[in-house]
Design a binder for this molecule. Structure first.
Ligand code: UTP
Length: 235
């Protein structure tokens, strides 16, 4: 079986503030896709909601208090972002599934046929980190790459603590002590990794690679199975 790789691309990566950086990032992502396809790799990509998710959830919060309903608003935004990436890959002629699957089992099936499957969220109660872990499990991948806008997992929140230390290797239980495990985040809340994803990775023995997706070269190293600048979490 051709090796399968699963990548969660945080929604914030799609919207670097400067337009020049945005062009550069999309250009490098397209080059990486061509390189991966040339090497007969199969990639499941799960896209986060980023800014549109947070804006839409904030808008809906004016009238809605149900977490489930707010999560559904967030899911719609992740699927919008997934469509952007799917159409970009189609535009450069990659062999990409034409639909945005609603379930990870459907994505895993589509990966049999296509080199790329792009999806967003699935159901309320977790983020796209957890979707990517579930897709890794369903597609038979051992590792799930979480490409986000921080370089590493830290021992504490670096935005709050100046002495926060970046970590390069962790066990899943050590990660769970930092992030919590199993408890869903509030709709639109941000965390380095969703605690639900940590629980699912532990249950399915999926390793996690957390890295800075703003630097496509680091993502490429992790996809190539090379040492990468980031945090490797062994399940
Ligand atoms: P994201 O996966 O985008 O959350 O889902 P995030 O961790 O903030 O990721 P970034 O910032 O894009 O990297 C956005 C929201 O959509 C809902 C949740 O409310 C989540 O907070 N969601 C997403 C679900 O309920 N289920 C899903 O499968 C995915």
């Amino acid at each position: 079986m051709t090796s399968r790789h699963i990548v969660a691309l945080g929604g914030s990566l799609l919207r670097p503030e400067e337009s020049e950086k945005r062009r550069e990032w999309f250009g490098q992502l397209r080059q990486l896709a061509v390189h991966l396809e040339g090497n007969e790799r199969k990639i499941g990509i799960v896209i986060g909601g980023g800014l549109p998710a947070r804006e839409a959830i904030d808008l809906a919060k004016n009238c809605i208090s149900s977490s489930e309903k707010l999560d559904r608003v967030g899911i719609a935004a992740t699927r919008l972002n997934a469509t952007v990436i799917q159409q970009i890959l189609l535009d450069i002629g990659c062999n990409v599934a034409h639909e945005i699957p609603h379930t990870t089992s459907q994505s895993a099936e589509l990966l049999e046929q296509y080199n790329f499957v792009v999806m967003g969220g699935t159901t309320p109660g977790h983020t796209t980190d957890a979707v990517a872990v579930a897709l890794a499990r369903d597609a038979g991948a051992r590792t799930c790459i979480i490409a986000t806008n921080v370089s590493h997992v830290y021992d504490k929140d670096p935005r709050q603590f100046d002495d926060a230390q970046s970590l390069t290797n962790l066990t899943i239980d050590q990660l769970a002590e930092i992030t919590g495990i199993g408890e869903p985040l509030a709709p639109g809340a941000s965390a380095v990794i969703d605690p639900v994803a940590v629980g699912w990775a532990k249950d399915a023995c999926i390793d996690l690679a957390v890295l800075d997706g703003r630097q496509i070269s680091i993502l490429e190293q992790a996809l190539d199975g090379q040492p990468f600048d980031g945090t490797l979490i062994n399940s």
